[in-house]
Design a binder for this molecule. Structure first.
Ligand code: ZN
Length: 96
């Protein structure tokens, strides 16, 4: 499985991927978060790589929801993010 990239293009905008420590998150207990205003995605750097990718896809789903103005709920984002991750894994699309 590849390491996370330093940036990802979502709907024509480059989001910077920042691997950071727990104290860098806006809310306690988070392992990932997205800032659509500043085009940043934070991922907890100590996570196992598959969890990092799952978290990244979750945050990407949030960005897609915001850009499409479809107002997905958190549980819908969880379901879609997990579903996308599973398709990528099951089809070996996450390999180097
Ligand atoms: Zn979320």
């Amino acid at each position: 499985m590849k390491h996370l990239p330093e940036k990802i293009l979502i709907a024509g905008m480059d989001y910077k991927i920042i691997q950071c420590k727990r104290s860098d998150f806006d809310e306690d207990g988070r392992i990932a978060e997205i800032d659509c205003m500043n085009l940043e995605i934070k991922i907890l750097k100590t996570l196992a790589l598959p969890v990092k990718w799952g978290s990244l896809l979750h945050e990407v789903t949030h960005a897609v929801s915001v850009n499409a103005d479809i107002k997905l709920t958190e549980s819908q984002v969880v379901a879609l993010g997990n579903g996308l991750y599973q398709v990528l894994i099951d089809n070996d699309l996450m390999k180097i």
